[in-house]
Design a protein around this ligand. Structure first.
Ligand code: COA
Ligand code: ZN
Length: 306
């Protein structure tokens, strides 16, 4: 516990930078492979413990990340940084292993219609398709994270019950997933829901295996982070410059911006090991490549002062 006026927060938090995957999967324009590589290298230099770099999914589903192998071959892997990528099935796992990944993430959701739209399977079907992925991972000594999207609300079904999230979490843990990332895919969650969902999952997974993945679509992401911190959650996903959203979640613009998360955590005296100004530099680089300003409050304030 740290010694700040606000008591009971974790002293250290793992920030998982998902911008290169969760952000760039949603781009309308084409980002050159070389620019993705430079962006990831800048993020590596910023000191993130984990960077989700790309996806080994069907290039027809996500053409934006069809260059996954080239990206992984091109980046400079900084010692101590864990690089990870999404894989939906055995084929993705083969590609990820060939690219030298030591950590991957499978992804499903808490609402049937979302999972159907996103990966063309039922929730139960998705768990079955992950079994061979987990078997391959065990053999290769690769760590597997599991995403549960639409854990708070679904674009097709509305509010999602914590019990539904718990069922999927149980199934993922049962097949051997080591960490769960609980996603507010469409950015509707409020702190009461964070309490309910965390309360449902912590006894099952252990609080140290829970990550929260908030989107800031309605401006509640940092309030949700604050609540999760007070419950002891110590892993948070975010995207540099607030990149992204999900192509199958209409209106889901905006992961929580890493800069905004880091500013809050540093003010709370919660350690991350990440250099905020270097994240701003990475976002500035990508903003030039995309021709669009980042959607981060901190970034806007920091660059306006210059
Ligand atoms: N890597 C590369 N190609 C893949 C692949 C993978 N991991 N998985 C499937 N494919 C290819 C197949 O070889 C097949 O190609 P072909 O038609 O040229 O033979 C094609 O994709 C369709 O494969 P199929 O097994 O029938 O899958 P599908 O069409 O039902 O799609 C998924 C299922 C999961 C592969 C696909 O929906 C997907 O990749 N979704 C990812 C969505 C995503 O990343 N969302 C963002 C997360 S929020
Ligand atoms: Zn996201």
């Amino acid at each position: 516990m740290n010694d700040t006026p606000l008591k009971g927060l974790p002293p250290r938090v793992t920030v998982v930078e998902v911008g290169p995957r969760d952000g760039l999967q949603n781009e309308k324009g084409v980002i050159a492979t070389a620019d993705k590589i430079r962006f990831i290298d800048l993020l590596s230099e910023a000191g993130f413990p984990v960077i989700e770099a790309t996806s080994f999914v069907s290039p027809r589903a996500i053409p934006q990340l069809a260059d996954a192998a080239e990206v992984m071959a091109g980046i400079t892997r900084r010692p101590g940084v864990r690089y990870t990528a999404l894989v939906p099935n055995a084929k993705g796992m083969e590609r990820a292993l060939a690219a030298g990944l030591r950590e991957v993430a499978v992804f499903t959701g808490a609402s049937e219609s979302f999972v159907q739209h996103n990966i063309n399977m039922s929730i139960a079907g998705s768990i079955e398709s992950f079994r061979p992925v987990l078997a391959m991972a065990r053999e290769a000594g690769v760590r597997v994270r599991g995403y549960i999207s639409t854990a708070f609300g679904c674009p097709y079904e509305g509010v999602v019950a914590p019990e539904a999230v718990k069922r999927v979490a149980g199934a993922l843990l049962e097949i051997g997933v080591e960490e769960l990332s609980i996603g507010d895919t469409i950015g509707v969650a409020t702190p009461n829901q964070v309490v309910e969902v965390t309360g449902a999952l912590a006894p099952l997974a252990g609080i140290e295996r829970l990550a929260m993945h908030f989107h800031d679509t309605r401006g509640t992401a940092l309030a949700n982070v604050m609540t999760a911190l007070q419950l002891g959650v110590a892993i948070f996903d975010s995207a540099a410059g607030g990149l992204g959203g999900c192509p199958y979640a209409p209106g889901a613009s905006g992961n929580l911006a890493t800069e905004d998360l880091l500013y809050l955590l540093s003010g709370l005296d919660v350690e991350t090991g990440v250099d905020l100004e270097k994240v701003v530099a990475a976002s500035a680089f990508l903003a030039r490549a995309r021709g669009q300003a980042p959607a981060s409050r901190y970034y806007a304030a920091a660059t306006a002062e210059r």
